[in-house]
Design a protein around this ligand. Structure first.
Ligand code: FEO
Length: 162
């Protein structure tokens, strides 16, 4: 069984992950509007990953005889000033998610809930990757600043993500 407090906290994280999916889908739409289909495709793959994160939490809650409760997902915004601004926002968002995961881990440790801590360990590692990949793209976009050719090449490379 999972504690009521842990169940509520994991449910809040489901909402965070679904919001992440929504945010990246909104960014995908924005990249489409900018004629950057590679970035748009990358964001769509990211959206699917976020749905997987949400489902991991959803399934875990039920395995522990809890209940997933879905709340409204806030609006993600629709315009960014530049590809760099979009990825800076994505990086900032991932840093926020890392903070959420760390708080959940603190609660699991305080409650001596080893099963939840085990699940969260996966998320801790995932967040290292999530921040690193957003940061790498931010750095590449900074290098490509004022060079449309470099941006187009980067767009092509981004579209390779499966
Ligand atoms: Fe599920 Fe990108 O954090």
């Amino acid at each position: 069984m999972i504690s009521e407090k842990m169940e509520k906290a994991l449910n809040e994280q489901i909402n965070e992950e679904l919001y992440s999916a929504y945010l990246y889908l909104a960014m995908s739409a924005w990249f489409e509007s900018q004629n950057l289909p590679g970035f748009a495709a990358w964001m769509k793959v990211q959206m699917r990953e976020e749905n997987v994160h949400a489902l991991k939490l959803f399934d875990f809650i039920h395995e522990r005889r809890g209940r997933a409760v879905l709340k409204a997902i806030k609006e993600p915004g629709k315009d960014w000033k530049s590809p760099l601004a979009a990825f800076e926002a994505a990086l900032e968002h991932e840093q926020h998610i890392t903070g959420c995961i760390n708080k959940l881990m603190n609660l699991a440790v305080a409650e001596k809930d080893h099963a939840t801590a085990g699940l969260l360990q996966w998320f801790v590692k995932e967040q290292v990757e999530e921040e690193a990949s957003a940061d790498r793209i931010v750095q590449m976009l900074k290098m490509a600043a004022n060079a449309p050719g470099a941006l187009l090449m980067l767009d092509h490379a981004m579209g390779e993500r499966k």
